[in-house]
Structures are given as C-alpha cells and as structure tokens.
Design a protein around this ligand. Structure first.
Ligand code: PSU
Ligand code: MN
Length: 305
C-alpha cells in the first residue's frame, strides 16, 4: 500500500481500506488486444459491469512512470487511442519504464503485481498468456504463468486461446501449484469456445465456492494465485473448426514472418481477428463482460467471508 511508485485512485483506496469488493482490470487488452474504438468502449463497459455486480473497478496501467491502480475515463481513452504504440509491459519492463517516466500497458503479469501492491486480490481479463506451441524449441512461456505461481491474486479468464499449447500450459501450472478451476465446467475453455478437450483440476459452480477456495489458499499461507476459467456464454461462442483453422493459419504466418518474443501474442490476436473477418472481436468482448461480472460477484462473496 505504501509503495512510493504506486498511485491508487481514491475510490479504490477507500474501498480496499473498508474491506469492500474491488476488481482489477488489465490494460494490454485495451492497447494490444482490441482495435480502437471498440477497445475503449469495451473497457468502459467492463468497468460499469463490475459496478453493476457490486464491486469497484480498478483498471491498471503505468502512466508517466507511475503504477496506477484505477484509471480515469480520459486515461483509458488515451491508452486505447495510442494502441500498440504503448509499451506492452511485463515484469521485466517495470524498472526501466518507471525510472524513465514512461507509459506501459499492463499484461496479466503486471496487473497482478500492481493489484497486489494496491491490496486488490481479484482480477478479471479475457485470456492469459501461457506456453506457446513450439515452446520446446523457442522457450516462449508467458511470464503470466510465473506470476500466477507467485502472486496471491485470483485471475478470472475465459481459459486460453489455442494459439497456446493448452496441455503444456496446464502442466506448467500444475508444477507450480496453481489451482485451475472451471466455473460450471470440468473442461478447460479455450477462450472463443467453451471446449478444448482438456480437463481442469476442479469444477466450482458459485462465486461463494470460488471465494471460499481463495480464502483457504490465503489462510493456509500458500503463495501464488488461483486461475478461474469461465466459459464464454454458448450464444457468443465461435464454431470450433472455424476458429481453430484461423489459429493454425495465424501461427503458420507468424512462423513465415519470423515473429517472436513479445510481438507473438499481439500478432496472433490481430491475425486471428483478420482471418475471421472480425467475428472473433464480438466473442472477445462478450467473454470479457462475462468474466467481469463473475469476478465482481466473487469479490463481493469474498468480502462477506
Ligand atoms: N491472450 C489473449 N488476449 C490478450 C493477451 C493474451 O487472449 O489480450 C494479453 C494479456 O495481456 C496477456 C499477454 O497477459 O497478452 C500475454 O503476453 P505474452 O504471451 O507475451 O506473455
Ligand atoms: Mn512470450
């Protein structure tokens, strides 16, 4: 709370101090995950959905070298308009961005870190990073997994896109002791689809059950977070074969173009959207709304425990 580099918005700080529910939201999804203006519209609607479900939203970013927990509408609009020109900021980017007074859009990793510094323990997003396909040679494994292993924040997502190797991603989380929970499902959702062919560790069916598991994890003194995978509502899901063909084609073109490192995920997200003629964007927006509502209800349930 007393981190000298951290600015917590007054409404957020007050809710945290009074033990009221707060939900953290990331900003790479705004700058790198969706095009303008849908990114700004979505980010503002997500904040409203968090409020409608009983929690205070705290969108997180780095602005002018300050770690921000809670953004104004103007700050969200700035990130959305600047788009990919904002640095995508993972854990390794913080020292230089902050010391140089720069801006950064926070990934799942840095959003978890800053949320934790601000005393926020539940975070809603779309999809997490994970073990990329071909990681056995590229070693491309998202820092998001390591953060889940170490930082005590519950992350509510819609699973992970099959731009990743979902099996290896689950293995990595198991090795690091991160519980992977299916919300109302025993199967890992794959972001655009509610099916992936992979099982989750546990199915829990209510926000109260999610909150209780998180509470026990904290009280046992276990380090690390919990990953809640919340399937996209069926009416917004994409056709399994259509989306997987687009993902396979996107990966093939990333290899042909020699894309690597931090560019890989934004490249694949943009390519999939292009290949599906934009259909994937509507699904993407709907699943983020769904996750925001569940995270807010879970934050409220956690505060009642
Ligand atoms: N996956 C998605 N949508 C996203 C991201 C991942 O389906 O917006 C973003 C998140 O911010 C995530 C980051 O934390 O990409 C992971 O990037 P990398 O794979 O470079 O670690
Ligand atoms: Mn990577």
């Amino acid at each position: 709370m007393l981190n000298k580099y951290l600015d917590v918005q007054p409404e957020v700080a007050q809710a945290v101090a009074e033990g009221r529910p707060v939900v953290a939201l990331e900003s790479t999804i705004i700058s790198h995950g969706m095009p303008y203006p849908q990114n700004v519209e979505t980010a503002l609607q997500v904040e409203q959905i968090v409020r409608d479900n009983g929690a205070v939203p705290a969108t997180i970013a780095i602005l002018g070298g300050r770690l921000k927990a809670g953004l104004s509408k103007e700050e969200i609009t700035y990130l959305g308009k600047t788009g990919q020109a904002v640095t995508k900021a993972s854990r390794r980017d913080l020292p230089v961005l902050v010391s140089q007074g720069k801006d950064g859009a926070t990934t799942v990793t840095t959003t978890m870190m800053i949320a934790h510094m601000a005393g926020i323990n539940i975070f809603a997003t779309g999809g997490i990073g994970g073990v990329h396909r071909g990681a056995e040679t590229t070693m491309d494994i998202s820092a998001d997994l390591e953060e889940l292993a170490n930082t005590p924040v519950m992350v509510v997502c819609a699973g992970a896109k099959s731009i990743l190797d979902l099996g290896l991603t689950l293995e990595y989380l198991e090795t690091h002791g991160v519980p992977v929970i299916g919300y109302g499902t025993k199967e890992l959702p794959a972001f655009y689809t509610y099916k992936s062919g992979f099982k989750v560790d546990y199915e829990l069916d209510t926000p109260e059950e999610l909150a209780a598991a998180f509470k026990v994890q904290r009280e046992l003194g276990l380090k690390g977070g919990i990953l809640v995978t919340n399937p996209i509502p069926r009416e917004y899901a994409m056709d399994y074969n259509v989306i997987n063909k687009a993902i396979d084609d996107a990966i093939a073109s990333s290899l042909a173009e020699g894309i690597h490192g931090k560019e890989t995920t934004p490249y694949l997200l943009a390519k999939v959207k292009e290949l599906t003629g934009g259909d994937s964007l509507d699904s993407n927006i709907r699943l983020v709304f769904n996750n925001a509502a569940l995270a807010a209800k879970t934050a409220a349930a956690y505060c009642r425990l």
